[in-house]
Design a protein around this ligand. Structure first.
Ligand code: SF4
Length: 336
């Protein structure tokens, strides 16, 4: 379901644009429907009120909690049930962040990612994306939404941008706290800059060597690391927010001196932040995580050469590792 379908249903009930906005605001912010001035009877005409319960029951059913898995770092992984029986993952992050999914499965097929293993199963509608935020807000505050869960947002651009627009206008999330995370596609750079709500951008780089990057991200739209960084820099200057570069650290693959030199060559002087994220090992995949000491040494080395770098844990790694693993293990998880 797309947000536009909810608007159409409200209009069919007789809602005016102002009523639509109010209902969507209550939903996206997960504000209680029955308290104080926010009661629908205070602002909705009778026929709209009569049909609203059934419509909202359907909307609330777009994302329901299948199971919740708290991590020791303050994060909480949520396995979210969708209306057709499919599942997606959201992760509540420390400091009021939420990571949402944009697709069930993913077509990019990154060789180190569980989500990419089965390819793309289906797109999430814009309403299903906002529904993940509404569901998360029933558990705790959400002030930042990052599109880094299952799926590649640029492969579901219309739905992701509709969700971003609603969250940035009625959902009480600051525009730079909406983070569109992508492996890169020229259409992302053409489109985002024209949007009313311009999100921040995170680009998954993972290697400065085109051939290795193509091996690691086999079905990403071909853009060389240079092209990606050039386009990212233009977007950063246009919006005033730095680009976050994501680098999943794989031992013996992209943690060598050659890559460090390549990062400095690409990012020195850029309006950018490099996030080094040591890989979460997965039993069925043959990649290793470098030691924390090695990762910290890389971060320090980059810092000394003028590349702002952060070393990050992947949230909830003690729960079930990276994205797609809860879903992959759904059949053996107890439902909460
Ligand atoms: Fe898709 Fe992201 Fe997994 Fe790559 S890492 S396969 S882009 S979900």
């Amino acid at each position: 379901m797309r947000i536009e379908h909810i608007r159409q249903r409200l209009r069919a009930l007789g809602a005016k644009p102002l009523h639509e906005q109010r209902v969507l605001r209550l939903w996206a912010q997960a504000l209680p429907q029955g308290s104080g001035k926010r009661r629908p009877e205070d602002f909705l005409p009778q026929p709209v009120r009569e049909g609203l319960d059934a419509l909202m029951a359907e909307v609330m059913g777009l994302a329901t909690l299948r199971s919740a898995h708290p991590g020791s770092d303050g994060s909480e992984r949520l396995l979210v049930g969708l209306h057709d029986g499919q599942t997606a993952e959201s992760v509540l992050l420390p400091r009021d962040g939420l990571c949402v999914s944009s697709q069930v499965g993913c077509a990019v097929g990154c060789v180190f990612c569980m989500t990419g293993r089965d390819g793309l199963l289906r797109q999430l509608g814009s309403a299903e994306i906002v529904a993940q935020v509404a569901l998360a807000r029933t558990r705790r505050a959400v002030k930042k939404v990052v599109f880094m869960g299952m799926g590649e947002p640029s492969h579901n651009m219309d739905n992701v941008l509709e969700a971003i627009d609603l969250l940035g206008t009625l959902g009480n999330i600051g525009h730079k706290n909406l983070v569109f995370s992508t492996v890169g596609d020229p259409r992302v750079f053409e489109r985002l800059v024209r949007e009313r709500v311009k999100p921040a951008l995170a680009l998954s780089l993972h290697s400065t060597k085109p051939a290795l990057r193509a091996q690691l991200l086999p079905r990403a739209t071909p853009m060389s690391p240079e092209e990606l960084v050039d386009a990212g820099e233009r977007y950063a200057r246009a919006t005033g927010y730095p680009i976050q570069y994501q680098w999943t650290l794989l031992a013996g693959i992209n943690d060598g001196e050659d890559e460090l030199e390549g990062i400095v060559r690409l990012l020195h002087g850029k309006y950018a932040l490099m996030n080094l994220i040591p890989y979460n090992e997965v039993e069925s995949l043959d990649f290793q995580r470098p030691s924390w000491e090695r990762a910290a040494e890389m971060a320090r080395w980059l810092h000394r050469r003028g590349v702002l770098t952060k070393l990050r844990h992947s949230a909830g790694q003690d729960v079930d590792g990276g994205c797609g693993q809860l879903r992959a293990r759904d059949s053996v998880l107890p439902a909460h």
